[in-house]
Design a protein around this ligand. Sequence first.
Ligand code: NCD
Length: 302
Amino acid sequence: MEPRHILSAKDFDLKLLDRLFRAANRFKNENPSKLLAGTFTLELFWEPSTRTQVSFARAVSLLGGDYFNLSRENSSLTKGETFSDTIRILSNDADAIIIRHPARGIVAKVTKYASVPLINAGDGTNEHPTQALLDIYTMQMKLGSLDGLTIALVGDLRNGRTIHSLVYLLSLYSNVTILCVSPPKLGLPEDVETYVDERGRTAIGATTLNTALRTADVVYITRLQKERLPEGYTAEDYPILTPELLSESKRHDRPLIMHPLPRVDEISADVDDDDLRAIYFQQAANGVPVRMAVLAYIFRKI
Ligand code: NCD
């Protein structure tokens, strides 16, 4: 049987999202602690990670599985082993492998060496599909159906991989409008925009943060991906959300403010007190049940 890999948000359809979100709802309320009993999951986080790494570890452990985190420094990569060989070998010892890696597309590339499911937990500037799952799950939890909503994406849309995966998932819904707010040269990559245009359901446009705050249902803010910028690039006019700006919105409960985190200074800390709109910490907390659902899915338990 072919392993169920999680590589790209492009691989999902609404039916699968529904299946995963139902499972996530269930895992929030009850704990089927033995579902992954006897399984061994490897985490290869070869780029920094706080939330994704810990929430996957927590998700495995709540489902009764075992896991191990193999750091880049302690792996044979330091002796010159190729990533393909590493995956081939680890496939023998693990039942699933969760990978974060700086190289775009590497997780999909090494599937041919993997006899067990691989999960893409962020591959360079490319994608971060499980983050997008928890983002959509959070939007649905707060707003019900996504059809017809306006979602503003703010910040470094070029290099932020969570944005790319989120856009792919948003393109599954009917009549979603995506408004982009980005500094020069940090707009959505052309291939991402083309993909959405070809699906024909989603309108994409550009706007300012002020207008987004007045018109969008959700404003999804991201940090500048400093580590991925060309040397010497300085981002001028990077959008920053303050309580003063937020007070320009027309409703006290809209737009919802989301962020994949880590937040640096693009959302001022005073915004955190806006209980109805600042939902980024609730969003992060949904990482565990959604990743439990993803694990249950790849292990064919749902
Ligand atoms: C994101 C990532 O790693 O892409 N973090 C996360 O997993 N929530 C966002 C980021 O680093 O800016």
